[in-house]
Design a protein. Structure first.
Length: 180
């Protein structure tokens, strides 16, 4: 299993709307001007403005380490990839236009590592015509294995940008796969 649905009733539509309004004040991020999908946000500012997001994870004893947004404007913005990431799992929250979109998982296949603008790396599937083995509805909070090949499925006429908030923690949340 590569993902698990989580429930955060305190993550309301109002919080999402305020988060979108906040992102619009950072046009480079909202409009994806650097050409990358996954972008790091300033932790202090996020926790100052959205303490309720930080506090969502307290029942699991998880302390957020990094807040990132994943912004997709067109279906080709996200190919089949594995994150170059030191932990197995992160938690994603839907932010905008996630209804109708999915996160697809592909299992183990050969990968190549490429540099991305901004200095980070990503592992791409050598073959991009793979068949997914699992599919998650991106409109729900998700625990997901980011080191496994995955991609965002954005249907052609879905409203855009499609944005998720991806959060990492001081302790790898992968243990939740076993306890939930
Ligand atoms: Fe990813």
């Amino acid at each position: 299993m590569y993902f698990k649905y989580l429930d955060f009733p305190e993550y309301t539509q109002d919080v999402q709307d305020r988060f979108v309004a906040y992102l619009k004040t950072a046009p480079d991020i909202y409009h994806r001007r650097l050409g990358v999908s996954l972008m790091l946000l300033g932790k202090e500012r996020i926790e100052e403005r959205f303490p309720e997001i930080r506090d969502l994870f307290k029942p699991y004893n998880l302390v957020p380490e990094k807040y990132m947004v994943f912004v997709v404007w067109k279906p080709t913005d996200c190919g089949i990839h594995a994150d170059d990431w030191p932990q197995v799992a992160r938690i994603n929250l839907p932010v905008l236009n996630c209804q109708g979109t999915r996160t697809l998982f592909y299992g183990d296949h050969e990968m190549i590592t490429v540099d991305r603008p901004g200095g980070s790396k990503v592992h791409l599937a050598k073959r991009q015509n793979l068949a997914p083995v699992e599919a998650a509805n991106s409109n729900r909070p998700l625990l997901l294995k980011v080191q496994t090949l995955h991609k965002v499925d954005l249907p052609q006429h879905n409203p855009v940008p499609r944005i998720t908030l991806s959060i990492s923690f001081e302790v790898d949340p992968a243990y939740l796969f076993d306890v939930l």
